[in-house]
Ligand binder design. Structure first.
Ligand SMILES: Cc1cc2nc3c(=O)[nH]c(=O)nc-3n(C[C@H](O)[C@H](O)[C@H](O)COP(=O)(O)O)c2cc1C
Length: 153
């Protein structure tokens, strides 16, 4: 059965958006349509349009959520929505050079979604920019595995 999947993107310099596009392509190749939305000015009501979400986020500052995603998380704790009908995955981009805060924005989104009852499918994907591998090259395979888990969940 086709899932309704929405990909939410939080990024500073655009890499997470490239990852989201690769994920959407990989899901489309499996017959699943995914909509990509940047988190800028996004209302938390958006969490009622799908039953499955993927969060693509990088980490900035000292383990912080990129500027375009911070308000979304802040608004989540104000709206405190019931997310118990939602399944989600997290593709976090970071750099192990920042070893104390590696991919921390992914952890922050994960904690926020879990807090309101959403259920994560699979482990958080943590991409290390210092590995020399491009995150967009890993995104397709990750998305395929995630989709399998989503269908089995
Ligand atoms: C100023 C700066 C601060 C960063 N801080 C962190 C951090 O605390 N933890 C981490 O894992 N990565 C950190 N990164 C790495 C980015 O998250 C990583 O390069 C990511 O791929 C950028 O993706 P984006 O283009 O979608 O923003 C930092 C990068 C910069 C330039």
């Amino acid at each position: 059965m086709a899932e309704q999947i929405t990909i939410l993107v939080s990024t500073m310099t655009g890499t997470a958006e490239l990852v989201a596009e690769e994920i959407a392509d990989a899901l489309a190749a499996k017959g699943e349509e995914a909509e990509i939305l940047m988190m800028d000015d996004l209302d938390t009501d958006i969490l009622s349009i799908s039953s499955a979400y993927i969060i693509c986020t990088s980490t900035y500052g000292q383990g912080d959520i990129p500027d375009n995603g911070q308000a979304f998380v802040d608004n989540l704790s104000i709206a405190a929505p019931d997310l118990s009908g939602i399944k989600y995955g997290v593709f976090a981009l970071g750099d192990l050079t920042y070893n104390q805060t590696f991919c921390n924005a992914g952890n922050l989104f994960d904690a926020a979604f879990t807090k309101y009852g959403a259920v994560r499918v699979g482990e958080i994907m943590r991409h290390d920019a210092s590995s020399g591998e491009l995150p967009e090259d890993q995104a397709g395979e990750w998305a395929e595995e995630w989709l399998e888990r989503l269908k089995a969940a």
